[in-house]
Design a protein around this ligand. Sequence first.
Ligand code: H79
Length: 423
Amino acid sequence: KAGSTGHDVHAGTARRDPRTAWWTAARFGMFIHWGLYALPAQGEWIMYAQKTPVREYEKLAQRFNPTEFDAKAWVTLAKEAGMRYIVITAKHHDGFAMYYSKADPFNIIDATPFGRDPLKELAEACEEAGIVLCFYYSHVIDWHHPHALHKEHNNTWDYKLEEKRFPEYFEGKAKPQLKELLTEYGKVGLLWFDTAGGLSEEDSKDIVRHVQSLQPDCLINSRVSHFMGMGDFVSKGDNEIGMSGEDARPWETPMTLNQSWGYTTKDQVWKTADSLIKKLVNVIGKGGNLLLNVGPTPQGTIPELSAERLLEVGEWTRRNAEAIYGTDGSPFPVELEWGALTTRPGRVYLHIHNDKWPANGLRLNGIRNKVLRAYCLADQRQTGLEFEQAYDEQLELHTLGIRLPSQPADQYVSVVALELEGE
Ligand code: H79
């Protein structure tokens, strides 16, 4: 790597940071939005949207009994999809803890008939499967707590804004609950904070110090604070795919499978496996991670339409693992009209969209290294593809032309691997 462009520096820096190395190598994670809001099945904002009184919303807990919850099944699905970490809502904006919290009785053990701690069970299943467990925690918005105070989205139907004393929430609930999550569930890969609107710089720094004092290696996402540069990695906007090299820190795209996060029966607009795979290679080709969401049912299962898509994505990630995990994004600061590109030392992977298959061959300029071999990753015999390298004196450009098979070798996106001389 020349290290001469901002992007090269970015990719290299991301990989060199030992704290974030596991996360950038993982590339693909499962986001899980699960809570009491699964019961009304209209997404995780229902309490706010309907201004449901706290005493009313609490009644959902009495009916929340996800007896079909099977942590192993969820972890197996994530693993089969090719996901290497899980981020689950320990507490979303409704303030309900999906684990046994001694800091607040509004939690799954004290308030529901279920009698089990799903985060404990997930921690065990993840440990066994080699998946990194991470927690989403809504640190500013909490519609259940009388003193939570956000810039915009507060419970103003039960509580008066002018009577709120934020420290009573921050010190009395948020920080103690974070301590529980960081001390009772083993090693936590990262904490995913959301919507910090109104959180002071002082409180932002305080919560980062709090996390780091309990688990120094636990990563924190940028949404912990609206103050610039906080957090170990950048969470882009929901469903937003970032450009490479625009931030010095590693980044991710949080993405939905349909158009919702929490379980809903209303939204049935599902991304296809085809488009999910293209979004995955688009993100990793730009050097980012994809955090792809499922919204489990009140029974504790992952909706069939989600699971079947993830399994199809998993067939593809299994065949193309070499071009995904531990790779860097493209060093070329341009959009590639045929797809995306990832690299690792001595290798380049061309992720070619099948519907843009260049039947006449593919040209790629700018690779200085000698190409030793080219083949389709999905071709188990690794049949060599013909290619031609040259140097165009006039354009001062290293050119490469690869003759591709007439038909794509894989489903949806076909990867061509190039073996290079040197790194
Ligand atoms: O957890 C998911 C969302 O619930 C959370 N972030 C993702 C990962 C989120 N918190 N705040 N926001 C998203 C932005 C708020 C958007 C809103 Fe709306 C627009 C609130 C009210 C109007 C979206 C549409 C939510 C309710 C209606």
